[in-house]
Design a binder for this molecule. Structure first.
Ligand code: LMR
Length: 398
């Protein structure tokens, strides 16, 4: 059986994680995988999650199955968090999912079932797993221009031009906030232009919302989703709790489907439940249950908001510090945009030889396309200066 298999290409981010683990140098620096790191370089369990887990441990008296759709209160709270208090809840179907990736996959499978001839369009560049994940649904893939590396901002004309030529019913994957890997987000004005095209051409937006709360704030980061929801008859959102609740390994997310009316939302829910049942039957409970307890408890919720805001603000400070250091070290404004970009990632304007040299000669790990995890940047000014020296050194050498 297995002799028929050809070698599988390793995922760029997972391969980088593995080589970082194997590196024995004391001064190694991980700017690779997207997990939040604190000033000590660790990813501790958040206070609010610890407290919720403790309460859960004491109160839980069964581990019986949940259901393919997951916990009802968790889903309700997630819909509110994403679509806001005034969201069109009667038109929204939501199921708990196995992380944001699981949400993307079940939405993708459902869309393939609903519209097998549609093409799903992904930004260039995008999270490296978008292509294999959505490609595995059987939907055809396309890529739309997104990033202008010279300015470090969105190539809005290129993007709009591409979207304007798409046939009705095609699916467009949009990063709701904190674009991965560039950190270049659409401005409010640009979102409105994208919404105009999506509406005029009858495209289906699939919003990947993996970093809500890491950009401009919890509600601010959902503004684009809410604006789209007020304008389009149908859309989907794949939301993740991995980053904003720091529960990466618990695999908690939500797949949300906005339908034209309540009857179609109910049908969409029944269909996505079948997709779940045929795939992994039911979602895991622990992380979603802890998250639900935070949503349900005023004090825990307030504490979680404080923790989330501290992470967001720390990443902003690191962005500014890195851009300032790089301006001095490189004697150029090439890195200035990093201070303006949003969320956990930015893409350094480096060649692949420079990125390799950073890893091999300086023990600095970043993804092969130049993506850095901003939260992995050192707070310590000396370490930051060392990092920026290393970057300037590899740039000067080439
Ligand atoms: C990332 O982009 O680094 C994260 O979303 C983790 C992953 O699964 O790739």
């Amino acid at each position: 059986m297995f002799e028929a298999l050809t070698d599988a290409k390793p995922d760029a981010i997972l391969a980088l994680m593995a080589s970082f683990r194997e590196d024995t140098r004391d001064n190694k620096l991980d700017l690779g995988v997207g997990i939040y790191k604190d000033e000590k370089g660790g990813t501790p369990v958040m206070r609010s999650i610890k407290a919720a887990e403790k309460a859960l441990h004491e109160s839980q008296n069964t581990k019986a199955y949940v259901s393919p759709t997951g916990d009802a209160l968790f889903r309700e709270a997630m819909v509110k968090q994403v679509f806001g208090d005034a969201g069109p809840t009667d038109r929204i179907a939501c199921v708990q999912a196995v992380g944001g990736s699981g949400a993307l996959r079940i939405v993708g499978d459902l869309l393939r079932k609903a519209s097998p001839a549609a093409t799903v369009h992904i930004s260039d560049p995008s999270w490296p797993n978008h292509v294999p994940l959505l490609g595995a649904t059987g939907l055809a893939l396309g890529t739309y221009p997104y990033f202008d590396s010279a300015s470090g901002s969105v190539d809005i004309e290129g993007m709009l031009g591409y979207l304007n030529a798409l046939p009705k019913g095609d699916i467009v994957v949009l990063h709701g906030c904190c674009h991965n890997p560039t950190g270049a987000d659409l401005t409010e004005e640009q979102w409105l232009k994208v919404a105009d095209v999506v509406e005029a051409r009858g495209l289906f937006p699939l919003v990947d919302l993996a970093y809500q709360g890491f950009g401009d704030g919890l509600d601010e980061d959902a503004a684009a989703v809410r604006m789209l929801a007020a304008r389009v008859p149908e859309m989907a959102v794949a939301a993740s709790c991995s980053k904003n609740f720091g529960i990466y390994r618990e695999r908690v997310g939500a797949a949300m489907l906005l339908a034209p009316d309540a009857a179609q939302a109910a049908r969409a829910l029944a269909n996505i439940s079948s997709v779940v049942r045929a795939n992994y039957s039911m979602p895991p409970d622990h992380g979603a249950n802890a998250t639900r307890m935070i949503f349900a408890d005023e004090k825990l919720y307030a504490d979680w908001r404080v923790e989330l805001e501290a992470m967001r603000l720390r990443m902003l400070t690191l962005r500014q510090s890195f851009a300032d250091h790089m301006r001095k070290r490189s004697n150029s404004d090439r890195f200035d945009a990093i201070a303006e970009q949003k969320g956990m990632f930015s893409r350094l304007p480096l060649s692949s030889a420079e990125i390799t040299s950073l890893r091999v000669d300086h023990a600095v790990y970043l993804v092969g396309d130049g993506r850095i995890n901003v939260a992995g940047l050192p707070d310590d000014p000396e370490r930051m200066a060392e990092l920026c020296d290393a970057i300037a050194t590899v740039m000067n050498a080439s």
